[in-house]
Design a protein around this ligand. Structure first.
Ligand SMILES: C[S@@+](CC[C@H](N)C(=O)[O-])C[C@H]1O[C@@H](n2cnc3c(N)ncnc32)[C@H](O)[C@@H]1O
Length: 213
């Protein structure tokens, strides 16, 4: 869900940097061929990720939840000269489309897609990350956060997507609504975690900007 009035969003999209052609094509192909295309970050959030990455110029980026590669390509725009991105995706059927666009962008040597369950893959990673984009299964956000925080450098950032969960976080969750319960627990935990500072950006479905002290 987008909480911004559609007219304001349209205006913001028009005034903001335009979506690069390759990303437009990936956006369209995802909508035509892949289930749940609304999971893709899209124009405005994609530009946000690109600008954010350009400010941070990260050396090592980790993404949890690659989908068809849209957000990964956006973050790649800001990588430092020898920087790289590891992105994790459990659905192997998305690999072909992902690789097609990474190859068209000429970024095969900068981006590594690891297929599998993030819970099994994250403990094996040896890098210290400057930027982590958390965008996979919502009921494991807290689990991923705990696994990944020790691997983030001091001053490094975790961005967690969908933390407003269509606004459901502001209401009492139904007992069987696992995802709302998990996101609420995650948000409250991070808000009180003395190892970090956070700022909730109420754009699109909510982005939690977490800085490690
Ligand atoms: C919201 S989509 C990611 C969208 C992408 N970051 C973007 O903005 O274009 C979430 C992805 O996480 C993947 N995913 C879900 N559970 C996972 C898990 N346990 N391990 C790895 N990937 C997972 C899903 O298959 C899906 O492709």
């Amino acid at each position: 869900m987008n909480f911004i009035h559609p007219k304001i969003q349209e205006y913001s999209d028009r005034i903001s940097a335009q979506e690069p052609e390759l990303l437009q094509a990936l956006n369209q192909e995802t909508h035509l061929k892949v289930l749940y295309p609304r999971m893709l970050s899209g124009h405005w959030q994609g530009r946000f990720l690109s600008f954010f990455s350009k400010m941070l110029t990260p050396q090592h980026v980790l993404e949890i939840g690659a989908y068809t590669g849209y957000s990964c390509l956006c973050m790649a725009e800001g990588l430092s000269k020898n920087g790289n991105i590891i992105t994790i995706e459990k659905n192997p059927e998305l690999r072909a489309m992902f690789e097609k666009y990474i190859s068209e962008a000429g970024l095969e040597d900068k981006i590594t897609l690891l297929n599998g369950d993030a819970s099994a893959i994250i403990p094996e990673l040896k890098e210290t990350f400057d930027l982590v984009f958390l965008d996979a299964d919502k009921d494991n956000y807290l689990h991923y956060y705990e696994m990944v925080l020790p691997k983030v450098r001091s001053g490094g950032v975790i961005l967690a997507d969908n933390v407003l969960w269509s606004g459901k976080v502001t209401e009492e969750a139904k007992p069987n609504d696992k995802e709302t319960i998990a996101i609420k627990q995650f948000n409250e935990f991070v808000a009180h975690d003395e190892r970090v500072e956070c700022l909730l950006l109420p754009v699109r479905d909510g982005l939690l900007w977490i800085v490690k002290k």
